[in-house]
Ligand binder design. Structure first.
Ligand code: SF4
Length: 752
């Protein structure tokens, strides 16, 4: 076993804590936190200790696969695979139009670098529609950011380390993290009597158990609860009037409605004590600083976009914006959105709103399973598994099978790959240069380019090379264009930049193919074989151009392109990552993009829904489905689906259990450890039951990340646990953003 520890990162959640890994051959033998990582500083939770189950899973693919007429797969060589994939996709483009080729994915929690190269393949194909997992979670919030602060990219983040009061709405950071060193920060707040932790969650989560105030809202009652909190702030004159007057617009209109809200009535509907809501309103108003984190608990439940709006009003009305310990608009190293053609606003078939370039994930099958002439005919799926991760898996599989061509780029034989016409096997995240673009922090924002710690598994290929070859096969990349760029790259990065800009001005397609052009030119000159990092030169330039002062405060020098070059050089050099921007709180105001620089408090499109809450009863249930199922609870024994081998979990049976309140179990005649059948309008499955009073009566939960098909030692495929999306429905989604109601699935439970 090698004694050397190699620097990399955890790939199991968006925080990507720095890791040091010791290898035993190709096995990940030991893992420890990287103390030099600028954000995580050696911190780890328990989940990455089993990363070898990802790296050396039995499901790894080692050759391109082509579907045979009998439905099985056959191995083909890479040249054949690239040639045939390019020809199939070009046929769809030339017959129906490139906009009928839909792109989904581009990376998960740890791998966005490979997906950055897909833009070139899509440019050659004319593919303009895309989506990814953010459209299952965050697009409603992004849309609200756009309404309040001017653009969806005006995304705010909390400063939990410095906040006097931290509020978590539908968020359990003990388990799902969401900011660096989450458990240490939570413990510090909880143990300081001058600070307070407030949790709004139907479940008594680990974070709720640490909290000073746990508002245990009724499932589905979030919008009423948040409205009651806002009404208490307004009616008791607890808002920051100076801030509101100087920095917002629409306060009078907002107040007019909130003055009419009965706090007592809304609390009763939300199932929370009025006295607690009023006490929490006063605690928030009296705090020097407040940070608020909203997450999937509200983003995947009824009224999700409205709830994002209400959550943001709380911190704006109390003046907790653009200040230490409050909410701030952060920098970003690269965009996570899907891009697309300017001005395009809706999906081609259903006319569904596209937010941040992303088509709502729930409507993808509707955009395929139709005879509409503009339906999607082909799909490229990269590093993601929509047949498992999107609502209504059965319908998603049907949609995948209805495509003329499905191409999957992934490391493993996923549920989606099994429906593909071609599967292109990628190298794992530890076998290539990799990075994530989850750069969401303030005032210090960090980025880590991870070097490979292993050679690619034989037969696999890194995504930049896959896309470069596809672009060539599609007729892009003229050697006559590339040669002068290579010569310039040999001289200096500045010479390269000037040559590239000049060439793109003459041949605009070079700009559209920029990632692979960089890979094929500048990339070949990068040290340590970091060719795949070439696209980051462009990202570094754009970051330095967008946030020059913040980049300089992080210690980088130079003007124009030189500043971007300095940033890029540090990214290539520092294996533990770098702070790429250091912000001042005033920077947040410079990033507000409304025409008058004020925060807009009235969002016209949400007002009917807001006012309509008065007539709604969140306790109402369909008698056929009297339970609310939270489909996809994050538990100690669950991670994202890159752990395909169920053996990674120590307590396997209990980890896959349906959790329910003991009073419900008793009523239904189910014992602890007994079995239950859970039924929704889309499916019915049986599983073991775990009893817990952390859930309210009438609320049940299933874990995320289970129900994957995985081969045992004999090659037989087995499924362990329930795949949650066999039970969810695509039509249960937010009316505006299309985000799914995974945390609020009407269900029936019976003893099995
Ligand atoms: S907090 Fe997230 S990134 Fe850090 S070790 Fe845990 S799962 Fe990995």
């Amino acid at each position: 076993m090698s004694q050397e520890f190699k620097k990399t990162a955890c790939i199991l959640c968006s925080i990507n804590c720095g890791l040091e890994i010791q290898l035993d051959g190709r096995r990940i033998a030991k893992i420890r936190g990287d103390k030099a990582h600028p954000a995580s500083q050696g911190y780890l939770c328990e989940k990455p200790s089993r990363l070898d189950y990802y790296q050396n899973g039995r499901d790894r693919l080692t050759a391109p696969l082509r579907r045979r007429p009998d439905g099985g797969f056959e191995e083909i060589d890479w040249d054949t695979a690239i040639r045939e994939v390019a020809a199939r996709l070009a046929h769809v483009r030339d017959t129906y139009g490139g906009d009928k080729i839909f792109y989904y994915g581009g990376g998960g929690q740890g791998n966005h670098l490979g997906g950055a190269y897909s833009g070139a393949t899509r440019a050659m194909l004319g593919s303009v529609y895309s989506s990814n997992a953010l459209a299952q979670e965050k697009t409603g919030e992004f849309w609200v950011d756009g309404q309040l602060f001017g653009r969806p990219r005006c995304h705010t983040t909390g400063d939990y380390e410095h906040a006097e009061v931290a509020v978590f709405v539908g968020k359990n950071p003990w388990q799902s993290h969401g900011f660096p060193r989450a458990r240490a920060v939570l413990r510090a707040i909880a143990s300081d009597e001058k600070r307070a932790l407030i949790v709004i969650d139907p479940r008594r989560t680990q974070t709720a158990e640490l909290a000073d105030y746990h508002i245990q809202v009724r499932p589905g009652g979030d919008a009423h609860c948040l409205t009651a909190l806002l009404a208490a702030l307004i009616q008791e004159n607890l808002t920051d009037s100076d801030f509101v007057e100087r920095h917002t617009r629409g306060f009078e209109d907002l107040t007019r409605h909130l003055q009419t809200v009965s706090v007592a009535d809304y609390c009763a509907r939300a199932g929370v004590p009025e006295a607690q809501i009023r006490e929490v309103a006063r605690r928030i108003a009296g705090a020097k600083s407040v940070s608020i984190f909203e997450d999937l608990g509200i983003q995947q439940a009824p009224h999700s976009t409205l709830c994002s709006y209400l959550e943001k009003l709380i911190y704006v009305l109390t003046g907790n914006f653009a200040k230490e310990g409050g909410m701030n608009i952060h920098t970003r190293f690269a965009s996570l959105g899907g891009g697309g053609k300017g001005g395009m606003r809706v999906s081609p078939v259903g006319g569904h709103r596209i937010i941040s370039g992303l088509i709502p994930a729930n409507v993808i099958p509707d955009e395929i399973l139709t005879d509409h002439p503009d339906r999607f005919r082909a799909m490229i799926v990269e590093s993601t598994n929509p047949a498992h991760s999107l609502a209504d898996s059965r319908r998603m599989r049907e949609a995948l099978d209805a495509l003329d061509t499905l191409v999957v780029i992934d490391i493993a034989m996923t549920e989606t790959a099994r429906h593909a016409d071609y599967i292109l096997p990628a190298a794992s995240q530890y076998e290539k240069w990799e990075a994530t673009f989850f750069t969401l922090e303030f005032p210090h924002n960090d980025f880590q380019l991870r070097a490979p710690i292993l050679e690619p598994l034989l037969g696999t290929m890194i995504e930049p090379e896959i896309h470069s070859r596809l672009v060539r096969a599609l007729g892009g990349l003229d050697e006559a264009d590339l040669a002068p760029l290579r010569a310039a790259a040999d001289k200096s990065w500045t010479a390269f930049g000037e040559a590239f800009l000049a060439a793109a001005a003459v041949t605009p397609m070079l700009g559209k193919l920029a990632p692979v052009v960089l890979y094929e030119t500048l990339g070949r000159t990068l040290p340590d074989g970091a060719q795949a990092a070439a696209a980051l030169w462009g990202a570094a330039q754009s970051c330095a151009m967008s946030f020059p002062e913040s980049v300089r405060r992080a210690g980088f020098e130079g003007e124009g392109m030189e500043l971007g070059n300095a940033l890029f050089a540090a990214i290539l050099r520092e294996r533990s990552g770098i702070m790429f921007t250091v912000d001042e709180y005033e920077d947040t105001w410079r990033r507000v993009e409304t025409p008058d620089g004020r925060i807009n408090l009235i969002v016209g499109e949400l007002m009917d829904e807001f006012v309509g809450l008065a007539g709604e009863d969140p306790a109402a249930r369909n008698p056929e489905f009297p339970f609310v199922l939270s489909a996809g609870e994050r538990r100690t024994s669950t991670a994202n689906t890159i752990y395909r081998d169920p053996a990674w979990r120590k307590k396997r049976e209990i980890g896959s259990a349906l959790r329910m309140n003991p009073s419900d179990a008793e009523r239904l005649g189910i014992d602890a450890g007994g079995r239950a059948r859970i039924t929704t309008k889309r499916g019915s499955m049986e599983t073991v039951v775990e009893l817990t009073d952390t859930l309210q009566s009438g609320h049940v939960s299933l874990p995320n990340g289970l129900g994957l098909s995985y081969p045992n030692e004999n090659g037989e495929r087995l499924i362990e646990g329930i795949p949650p999306n066999e039970l969810t429905s695509g039509e249960d989604r937010d009316w505006l953003a299309g985000t799914p109601h995974h945390k609020h699935v009407p269900a029936r439970v019976e003893a099995a």
